[in-house]
Design a protein around this ligand. Structure first.
Ligand code: AMP
Ligand code: GLY
Length: 434
């Protein structure tokens, strides 16, 4: 099969890495891709927001399957457009993608489908926000309704901070149009996990659960980012606990979509929080998480292309159910100076080997570009995601940091505490079961 992957981040490099291993993979193209995808695929100049361009590219280049990495083209309806033109697509249609494209819509779906989630009120002005705070309490999450690249949530510690966040969104338009409506949500406390499933119609194939680290600095300090690191498996979500989480967070949504006749062929991602009142869903995404994909795909035991193609055909039963390799994976994001406020492009990256895959680590490129003189330079806020693999989470973490220590670029920074909560949980789970 000839495959086209749309997108340019670490997730797309991980998708290319997983798909390239399949014996069924013919030509593999990434558009636009990055310097990492260029090593195992062809990069093409193609704008995923231009549906017609993608359609004619697929026809001209004999593409059999399109894999859509990021959310923006899905929310804009690219998958429907391609399907109408006869293409096979792994990616949610526009109607289903509203689960990610609008937080207001997602909250409504959660309520309608009986999914446990934080109490929330939609507001469009500072006055409405002031009234909402009386009901929700002073500590709230302020969320831009629309897409904001993982940066549209402000955790407000008190009334002033909440009203200021609302004012900046509504009046200063810091989130653009995405912030003209906001969801204010009660502040929940608990541990977070990401559960992703490949979904086609009412069929669900759950992948290994993972944990992302959204805050930019160690100790979960600083603003939210797209994600600074992740690991899998997430120890508390084994066996029965994972089944229970899927039953309350994934199945009701999938059944709700199927009941309404809304086509879903892609990845459903549930962002979960385990509170003292039980599990609550924080958000849904309609694609692989980034950087979760960089740990979940390396642990996938089986043929990723076969799984994605079966999903795209709407017939998941035709592919063997995905299994998870033993052991663990942990990825650490190397970011460029100023992230998440800005990025610092054009810095030369040293220490990258010709092969991205090393013995116990994989260097996934996120924001990188190759210059004509062969140098690989930074080209985004999140530059690399270095994934370590090992028999245990501790070994995977060791491997990630050992490899990361060989790589440099000016202004590079990363978190040093990715996986620490997981290591503590592993100890607790072992005590409880041993
Ligand atoms: P979201 O995009 O909705 O997943 O929010 C991004 C991040 O903000 C989450 O991963 C949490 O760390 C945090 N967050 C979102 N909503 C809440 C909430 N209601 N209570 C506490 N933290 C939250
Ligand atoms: N890492 C969180 C996300 O992809 O939305």
């Amino acid at each position: 099969m000839n495959v086209l992957i749309l997108g340019s981040g670490g997730r797309e490099h991980a998708l290319a890495w997983a798909i390239a291993k399949s014996s069924a993979c013919g030509r593999l193209v990434c558009a636009p891709g990055n310097a990492g995808t260029a090593r195992l695929a062809e990069n093409a100049v193609l704008d995923p927001s231009r549906g017609d361009e993608v359609v004619s590219y697929c026809r001209r280049e004999d593409i059999d399957l399109v894999v859509v990495g990021p959310e923006a083209p899905l929310v804009a309806g690219l998958a429907d457009h391609l399907r109408r033109e006869g293409a096979l697509v792994f990616g949610a249609g526009r109607e289903a993608a509203r689960l990610e494209g609008s937080k207001v819509h997602a909250k409504k779906w959660m309520r309608d489908c009986g999914v446990p989630t934080a109490r929330a009120i939609t507001v469009g002005s500072r006055d409405e926000a002031a009234r909402a705070l009386e009901e929700l309490g002073e500590r709230v999450a302020v969320k831009a309704d629309g897409l904001a690249a993982g940066k549209g949530v402000v955790m407000a510690e008190n009334r002033d901070a909440a009203l200021d966040a609302v004012r900046r969104a509504v009046e200063e338009k810091v989130f653009g149009e995405a912030g003209s409506r906001l969801v204010l949500e009660e502040w929940l406390e608990g541990d977070e996990a990401s559960v992703m499933a490949v979904v086609a119609g009412d069929e669900i194939r759950t992948l290994v659960p993972s944990q992302d680290h959204k805050r930019v600095y160690d100790g979960d300090r600083g603003p939210n980012t797209g994600g600074m690191g992740a690991y899998a498996p997430y120890p508390p979500l084994g066996g029965k606990a994972l089944e229970a989480a899927v039953a309350s967070a994934v199945t009701p949504i999938v059944e709700g979509l199927a009941r309404q006749g809304i086509d879903f062929r892609g990845v459903l991602y549930a962002g979960l929080m385990f509170t003292s009142q039980g599990l609550k869903v924080l958000e849904y995404n309609v694609r692989f998480g980034d950087p979760e994909a960089q740990v979940v795909l390396p642990l996938l035991d089986g043929d990723a292309l076969e799984l994605f193609a079966a999903c795209a055909r709407g017939n998941l039963a035709s592919a063997p159910p995905p299994r998870t390799r033993p052991g663990a994976a942990l990825t650490v994001v190397a970011a460029s100076a100023g992230y998440p406020r800005r990025s610092d492009p054009g810095r030369t990256i040293t220490g990258l080997e010709e092969e991205d895959q090393r013995d116990d680590a994989i260097v996934f490129h996120a924001g990188t570009a190759r210059r004509e003189d062969g140098r690989i330079v930074t080209a985004g806020g999140r530059v690399l995601a270095v994934t370590g693999l090992g028999p245990t989470l501790a070994a995977a973490r060791e491997a990630a940091h050992r490899t990361l220590a060989t790589i440099r670029f000016e202004g590079m920074f990363h978190r040093t505490d990715i996986g620490e909560k997981g290591l503590a949980e592993t100890a607790t789970v072992n005590e409880e079961t041993g």
